[in-house]
Design a protein around this ligand. Structure first.
Ligand code: HEC
Length: 108
């Protein structure tokens, strides 16, 4: 019984890995990315002049933006303790809920 469960988990992990590997940039965790975005970005990108949400861009535009994070206007103001994984999670969140994604989302 227990061994079966382990086998099922191993298969599930493999499937998940291969699905996420099909993205170059986006193998991050969108749920964590949403949390990190709220924590690190919403203070400036709130419901104000700099309002920014996943729906602000298409998936291709988010990809282009995050391929050159250095070129993002506020990059030097990002919290210094964010790891590349954190940034990738934020990218995954923004990309997966972009305006041309199957599940567009405002960041609320
Ligand atoms: C200290 C304030 C501040 C913080 C924190 C901040 N930003 Fe910004 N960001 C700005 C400002 C100001 C601009 C330039 C004006 C604009 O585009 O609204 C900007 C521009 C951007 C742009 C370009 C906008 C566009 O239309 O292409 C992106 C993308 C972006 N920020 C992403 C982020 C992400 C992701 C985070 C969190 C990791 C973040 N920002 C955190 C202030 C901030």
């Amino acid at each position: 019984m227990k061994r079966q469960f382990v086998a099922v988990c191993a298969v599930a992990a493999l499937v998940l890995t291969s699905v996420s590997m099909s993205f170059a940039l986006g193998e991050g965790n969108a749920r964590k990315g949403k949390f990190l975005y709220r924590k690190n970005c919403r203070s400036c990108h709130g419901a104000s002049a700099s309002d920014l949400s996943p729906m602000s861009k298409t998936q291709a535009e988010w990809k282009a933006t995050f391929e050159k994070t250095d070129a993002i206007a506020c990059h030097d103001k990002w919290p210094a303790d964010m790891t590349p994984e954190d940034v990738n999670d934020i990218f995954t969140y923004l990309h997966d809920f972009a305006k041309d994604s199957p599940t567009p989302a405002k960041c609320s």
